[in-house]
Ligand binder design. Structure first.
Ligand SMILES: Nc1ncnc2c1ncn2[C@@H]1O[C@H](COP(=O)(O)OP(=O)(O)OP(=O)(O)O)[C@@H](O)[C@H]1O
Ligand SMILES: [Mg+2]
Length: 327
């Protein structure tokens, strides 16, 4: 199924992606807040756009803001605007993103990075649909749909006291969990084809095809950077193997490396440090997969092998999109 969004289609036919696309269709025409979860590069922004463009607010703006990229003191005025003289340098009053999104949708990207103070202010907007610009006393009322995204485990952030529970529930009216690419490998060939065809159209540069060997390597690689990483590789190949059939040797070494060497867990902390959260998540997934394969996908036995409850295992599988939608 290719979601024929006019500008940026969402490619995905794996059952886990079909489920996502069904939720997008259901939720788009409502005004419900959505929380999009998923690792980096899984398509969270694309899904946010699809929700807006398929909804009733599509004629109005979609205003994105990356809450992780803006320092806290600036973020408040970015979101809510400020009055003249509110702080040094505020020589004129300025509208915030909420006002700019009036009638449309605001996309709060990397919401997990928001400071506790701003979380309180955001909660009020979600509850009362109003706020005061920085330094101002006038209350501004807005009609804005809120779509938020994060690659953090927000539920864990809540239980560890870093993210407000009340805000979490306000945002999470509809939760959309994007599966990592390695949990929907059947989409890899069609994503490659999609990106290759798009490059042929837009850049007049594409590859003629892939040998079976090359495709096997691409399908087996764990794709820690998900769809974004895949998109970059296809673009790189379109440059170096333009109009050629790509063979395994043409692939970057990390992809060519077979037999699991590419997601080996380093035991020593590398010089440059490492992303512990990502690493533990990869390790967990690897062991879960091994337990399932060893037990022929018998979840009771696999859970026993991992010394965890069956329900805990099923939760983890759901989170990773490793379950069939009707399971
Ligand atoms: N299902 C898909 N079909 C087509 N293109 C996709 C799909 N998913 C992701 N992409 C493409 O992959 C790239 C990354 O997607 P996107 O920016 O939406 O990811 P993200 O989850 O927001 O990542 P991050 O957490 O790093 O911000 C984009 O260029 C996007 O167009
Ligand atoms: Mg993003």
């Amino acid at each position: 199924m290719t979601h024929e969004n006019p500008s940026r289609p969402l490619v995905g036919e794996d059952p886990s992606m079909k489920r996502v696309l069904r939720i997008v269709d259901k939720v788009a025409p409502t005004d419900s807040s959505c929380l999009i979860l998923g690792e980096s590069g899984t398509g969270k922004e694309l899904v946010a756009r699809a929700i807006h463009e398929r909804g009733n607010r599509r004629e109005r703006p979609l205003v994105p803001i990356n809450c992780g990229a803006i320092p806290e003191n600036l973020l408040e005025s970015e979101l809510f605007g400020h009055v003249k003289g509110a702080f040094t340098g505020a020589s004129a009053s300025r509208q915030g993103r909420f006002e700019l999104a009036e009638g449309g949708t605001i996309f709060l990207d990397e919401i997990g990075e928001m400071s506790p103070t701003l979380q309180v202010k955001l909660l009020r907007v979600l509850q009362e649909r109003c706020f005061e610009p920085v330094g101002g006393t006038r209350t501004v009322h807005v009609d804005v749909r809120v779509v938020a995204a994060t690659n953090r485990d927000l539920e864990a952030e809540v239980s560890e006291g870093r993210f407000r529970e009340d805000l979490y529930y306000r945002l999470n009216v509809v939760e959309i969990q994007l599966p990592p690419l390695r949990a929907r490998r059947s989409d890899i060939p069609r994503l490659i084809e999609f990106f290759n065809e798009r490059l042929a159209r837009t850049r007049r540069r594409s590859v003629a095809g892939f040998t079976d060997d090359a495709m096997t390597c691409l399908a087996a690689y764990p794709w820690p950077g998900n769809v974004r990483e895949l998109e970059n590789i296809v673009e790189r190949l379109s440059v170096f193997c333009c109009d050629e059939v790509v063979d395994a040797e043409d692939l970057p070494p990390k992809i060519l490396k077979r037999g699991g060497g590419n997601d080996e867990v380093p035991v020593d902390l590398p010089e440059e440090g490492l992303d512990l959260r990502q690493l533990l998540s990869t390790l967990e997934e690897k062991l879960i997969r091994q337990a399932l394969e060893r037990t022929n996908w018998n979840k009771n036995q696999a859970a026993a092998l991992l010394q965890m409850n069956r329900t805990t295992l099923v939760e983890k599988l759901k989170k990773r999109g490793m379950l069939n939608p009707d399971e």
